[in-house]
Design a protein around this ligand. Structure first.
Ligand code: NAP
Length: 312
């Protein structure tokens, strides 16, 4: 086994500090050696104002983890892959589906690992939920209801990129729910209709309703809302012939047919870095665009409803 891979993180903001740095420090697979950020710097590592400068100055680097907003993901990922680095992408993996598909090709051409991470899939409820829904006990899925609602002013204070094209608006959290359902449901789902509620002063929605069906015809409905509070709702209910499966708190809690399921410790980001390392060792990539494709379909098919200005 190779010793720790030399890692750089680009885009030092909320998620890099809240989750990536503690996760990297807590496991032996990666050693953080450098960071690239226009305004921030990190103690104990080499700092650069942008990723191009970092890549030019750090030829022995093995891998890069990209934590800036999605609008700059493609340019940063392409530069890192072309410099011969393995790349891990924060969610969403890009601002468009086509750019993520292109990155997959670039990674293959350069023989490097591309890992499009979905942190909510590493929540502790997700794999037990997937396993139960795949079992005979669950029977057929009859209906799925997703409620993903929070207060944008609490969770995204001052962030402007979420309101710009490519920033996804309420789909920035909503895509986490879509990453879970596309992982746990035994069948593929297709978007049939959507309504996007868009403030007069933003380019992206503050709320969205999605109507999907699975390939068996079961309805899969999602309600995303950023005007909700003070207690957030990150819930998924799956009704089956064998009873209801409920995910609560974004994947921290699970109940099946009325019984609470005991879950392992919450360790989303350490699990993502372990997966990244495993993919590098195997010479593989992991790029599942289905959650982003559902969001893209909602922008493609969705009816737009204008609402009062957000007041950015
Ligand atoms: P953020 O704090 O607003 O942004 C991260 C950093 O990216 C910023 O501090 C900024 O650092 C850099 N950046 C911003 N705009 C840039 C640009 N145009 N070009 C280059 N760098 C830029 O956002 P975040 O909350 O960490 O989210 C970043 C990503 O992580 C998003 O895709 C988000 O969906 C995902 N994520 C966030 C959370 C969360 O709880 N916040 C949870 C899971 C995943 P400099 O100004 O120093 O360059």
């Amino acid at each position: 086994m190779t010793s720790a891979y030399k890692l750089a993180v680009a885009g030092i903001g909320k998620i890099a500090r809240d989750q990536h740095f503690p996760a990297i420090a807590a496991q032996p697979g990666f050693e953080l050696v450098a960071c690239a950020s226009r305004n921030a710097s990190v103690d104990g590592v080499r700092n650069y104002a942008d990723l191009d400068a970092l890549l030019a100055a750090e030829p022995s680097l093995d891998a890069v983890s990209l934590c800036a907003p999605p609008q700059v993901r493609f340019a940063q990922a392409r530069a890192a892959l072309e410099a011969g680095k393995h790349v891990m992408l924060e969610k969403p993996p890009g601002a468009s589906v086509s750019e993520v598909e292109a990155l997959r090709d670039i990674a293959q051409t350069h023989g490097r690992t591309l890992f499009a991470s979905w942190h909510s899939r590493a929540a502790s409820a997700v794999e037990p939920a997937r396993a139960w829904l795949a079992s005979k006990e669950a029977g057929a899925v009859r209906a799925v209801e997703i409620r993903w609602k929070e207060d944008v002013r609490r969770w995204h204070p001052g962030q402007q990129w979420i309101w710009e094209p490519g920033g996804l608006g309420v789909f920035d959290p909503g895509i986490n729910a879509l990453s879970i359902v596309t992982r746990i449901l035994p069948r593929e789902i297709a978007l049939r209709a959507a309504t996007l509620t868009i403030p007069r002063d933003t380019a992206t929605p503050i709320a969205a309703e999605l109507d999907c069906i699975d390939t068996n015809g079961a309805p899969v409905r999602a309600s995303f809302d950023w005007r909700h509070g003070p207690v957030e709702e990150w819930d998924i209910d799956v009704d089956t012939d064998g009873g209801r499966l409920s995910i609560r708190e974004g994947g921290k809690r699970l109940s099946i047919a009325g019984e609470a399921v005991s879950l392992g410790l919450e360790r989303e980001y350490p699990a993502l870095y372990e997966r990244f390392r495993e993919l590098i060792e195997r010479g593989e990539s992991d790029v599942d665009v289905r959650p982003l494709r559902l969001v893209a379909d909602a922008f493609l098919l969705g009816k737009h409803v204008e609402t009062e200005p957000f007041g950015r």
